[in-house]
Design a protein around this ligand. Structure first.
Ligand code: SF4
Length: 476
């Protein structure tokens, strides 16, 4: 625990002209785990409605929101990776009179792209990567006057992760996923109202009684409500080897979501099973770090035969008790969240504990958890970590701290063997043993081809941060 990721997007279009704003708001609530700093919705012909804080607070603005109605719209919850956490950077953001846009991801070459944008018009706001890519999109759109050719050109300029929800001035909604498919994006359908919904994760569909239809493919643009009214698919970039973020499966995404055909809960259980098989440790009780490591701990327990018990509980009734430490913007805030985890002495006292966690980033959260387990009387503490050692930064949408702050890098730089890294991290945390998963174990737990996943924060391989190899997609 202890890193952060940028955002979730939603887009909706009803072929029957039904108002979609309530559905967008409910979908944003369901996606809250991806961003807890600010939220916003946009419908055609109005400035976006945006507020700081949690999306479920929309009920406090029901009167103002009553003026926001329409058969199409987009929404966004934000966690900042680039740019400050303030209302000016909250999304959706409007670009000219042409469109509003929400973005999940990080644009790797935003500085380069910014120079291109400013060379055409020096006065535009390029203070975040989302604003840079939106401004460039606007410039190209004004030249091309066609969304497909605009995205086809944009893909040749932009390196990085972008899942986008775009609402244009005609009320058409576009769901766009970058050619590598770093961040998730999927489509659902609400039959009764004839509404297609695009959302960062499929968990949003259950919140609005919609059915999951499918993932948006990497390099695909889906238009909702174009001249054909319904759903149209375009490939704006040629097929490239995907680089789906492996961290989504172990930490970030909601367990109920299906991403690239894989259910996150099953992947987490499987990662626990594989870790117990490949990196077995002896202990008397398996304890999950709440909440994201719970399925992995269950898998670990099932495979090892060591009983599972709840030894660490989130205090949900205090301020920040229900928040996720990962997406707290300040380090102090993250620690505050972890401190809201209360140990249960009766489960821990006098026992050899195997604590299962999804990741170690700075190690500050782990320190607090180890301290709590010691205070509760654990006889020995071993840690099973489902994500391999994080040794490198992420430029594709997860804001890990700088390299010097990453615990595994700090204590084991130059080391590549996960067991040797685990031994050094164990010494640093003052625990008896740390067993990390490795890339092979992680890929086999997720169940997707190893080469279709990204592990750049583990192995420093950023070779997929490239532009499409061939020039054109297809407008078929
Ligand atoms: S570098 Fe790590 S966190 Fe970033 S996209 Fe790749 S796997 Fe995900």
């Amino acid at each position: 625990m202890g890193a952060k990721e940028a955002c979730a997007v939603v887009g909706a279009y009803s072929t029957r002209g039904t108002d979609v704003v309530q559905k967008i708001l409910k979908a944003l609530e369901a996606l809250q785990h991806r961003g807890q700093e600010s939220w916003g919705v946009a419908v055609a012909g109005k400035p976006a409605f945006k507020r700081m804080g949690l999306a479920f607070n929309w009920v406090n603005f029901a009167r103002e929101l009553a003026q926001y109605k329409g058969p199409s719209g987009i929404g966004h919850v934000r966690y900042s990776t680039k740019g400050r956490s303030n209302l000016g950077n909250a999304q959706p953001i409007q670009f000219g009179n042409e469109f509003s846009m929400g973005h999940n991801g990080t644009i790797f070459n935003s500085e380069e792209l910014k120079k291109t944008v400013l060379s055409q018009r020096a006065s535009v706001d390029c203070s975040t990567d989302t604003k840079v890519v939106g401004q460039r999109l606007l410039q190209i759109l004004r030249e091309e006057n066609d969304w497909f050719w605009t995205l086809e050109r944009l893909a040749k300029e932009v390196k990085g992760a972008y899942s986008l929800a775009i609402l244009n001035k005609r009320g058409e909604v576009f769901a766009v996923r970058d050619p590598r498919g770093y961040r998730p994006l999927s489509i659902g359908f609400h039959k009764k109202s004839g509404t297609h919904i695009a959302a960062s994760e499929s968990c949003a569909f259950a919140a609005v009684d919609a059915e999951f239809v499918r993932d948006v493919e990497p390099g695909e643009m889906i238009r909702l409500g174009g001249p054909k009214r319904g759903f149209e698919s375009f490939r704006f970039a040629p097929k490239m080897e995907p680089a789906h973020c492996s961290f989504e499966y172990t930490y970030f995404a909601h367990p109920s979501s299906v991403i690239n055909g894989v259910n996150v809960y099953e992947a987490r259980k499987s990662v626990g099973r594989i870790l117990a098989r490949r990196k077995a440790m002896k202990g008397k009780v398996v304890i999950p770090v709440p909440d994201s490591a719970r399925p992995a701990a269950l898998g670990y327990s099932t495979e090892s035969g060591i009983p599972l018990d709840e030894g660490l509980m989130k205090d949900r009734y205090r301020r920040k008790g229900s928040m996720r430490s990962f997406i707290e913007p300040r380090q102090g805030g993250r620690e505050e969240v972890v401190k809201r985890i209360i140990p249960i002495k009766e489960t821990i006292k006098g026992k050899d504990v195997i604590v299962v966690d999804d990741s170690v980033v700075r190690g500050t959260s782990s320190d607090i958890i180890v301290e709590a387990l010691r205070a509760a009387g654990a006889k020995s503490i071993k840690m099973a970590i489902t994500f391999p050692p994080i040794m490198h930064p992420c430029y594709m949408g997860v804001d890990f701290p700088n390299r010097e702050e990453l615990l595994a890098y700090r204590v084991a730089r130059g080391e590549t063997d996960v067991d040797a890294i685990g031994a050094k991290v164990a010494r640093s945390l003052g625990v008896d043993e740390v067993r990390y998963n490795d890339i092979d174990g992680l890929a086999s737990a997720i169940g997707l081809p190893k080469e279709s996943l990204c592990y750049a924060c583990v192995n420093g391989d950023y070779s997929k941060l490239t532009l499409p190899e061939r020039a054109k997609g297809s407008k078929a």
